[in-house]
Design a protein around this ligand. Structure first.
Ligand code: NAP
Length: 244
């Protein structure tokens, strides 16, 4: 059975909603301390209010795209505040479905900033040995099945997630000698705020087991963050009930 000690601290980005909220609550339920990061303080507080051990949940309001190059320094400042980290679940992200003819540079940049550049610079911060617990540190990044098998209209979204998957495989191999594990989890449509009515209609009939739910993804992420997965790194797990 997976369990954590309260001395094991995890950064969870996107903790105010959807999959990130689910991961934060599950890590906390299993004993870990969670530092939940997002922009919306009210929703972060809502997450904390649901926690089994709220005394082990800490909240940080942050727009991760404000100063991308400064993110390693941001991780350092969090380490100075809370102590070294056991790992991170990077769950922040935005969706974007748009045909190629409508794609504009600024929109692509917005998607890449939060879905690709911010996780890369957060990883850089956490990989610094002054900020992590050394061997057994683990990071999990939510990519998307769209990063591997993409539908039409995913120019920027699929690009950002495909880039994230490739980059994290390289990072994982770079960090493996120091015992730090890095994996991606790539769901298809999961019932969260991101999966709006349009995408639900689009997905109708595509999923033999129905739409995915937050625990379907959160359980996998928490497993990969735990010592039970101590020999697993540089992987990308697609969670799609066999739909692709
Ligand atoms: N739901 C799906 O069908 C699905 C499928 C495949 C992959 N994914 C991926 O799963 C991840 C989580 O998605 P979700 O479904 O849980 O979506 P969600 O409910 O919309 O949650 C997205 C989270 O990202 C945070 N966020 C967005 N922009 C941010 C920024 N600039 N700075 C800091 N935090 C930011 C949001 O918090 P604030 O607004 O409070 O900042 C929120 O907590 C995303 O990377 C998404 O691409 C989702």
């Amino acid at each position: 059975m997976i369990s954590f000690l309260s001395e094991q601290r995890f950064l969870v980005t996107g903790a105010s909603s959807g999959i990130g909220e689910g991961v934060a609550l599950l890590l906390n339920e299993l004993g870990a301390t969670v530092i939940g990061i997002a922009r919306n303080v009210e929703r972060l507080e809502g997450m904390k209010a649901k926690a089994k051990h709220p005394e082990n949940v800490f909240l940080e309001q942050k727009d991760l795209t404000d100063d991308l190059a400064g993110l390693p320094q941001y991780v350092k400042s969090l380490r100075e505040k809370y102590g070294k980290f056991q790992g991170m679940a990077y769950c922040a992200g935005i969706g974007n479905i748009m045909p190629l003819r409508a794609v504009e540079l600024e929109a692509i940049r917005r998607v890449f900033d939060i879905n690709y550049l911010a996780p890369v610079f957060m990883a850089k911060g956490l990989a610094d040995k002054r900020n992590n617990n050394g061997a057994k540190t683990a990071m999990v990044f939510i990519a998307s099945s769209g990063g591997v098998h993409c539908d039409p209209g995913m120019t920027s979204y699929a690009g950002s997630k495909g880039a994230l998957i490739s980059t994290m495989q390289s990072v994982a191999r770079e960090l493996a000698p120091s015992g730090i594990r890095v994996n991606c989890v790539s769901p298809t449509l999961i019932q969260t705020d991101m999966a709006d009515e349009v995408s639900r209609q689009y997905a109708e009939g595509k999923y033999p087991m129905g739409l995915g739910t937050v625990p379907d993804v959160a359980n996998m992420i928490v497993y990969l963050l735990s010592d039970q997965a101590k020999w697993i790194t540089a992987q990308n797990y697609i969670i799609d009930c066999g739909a692709i």
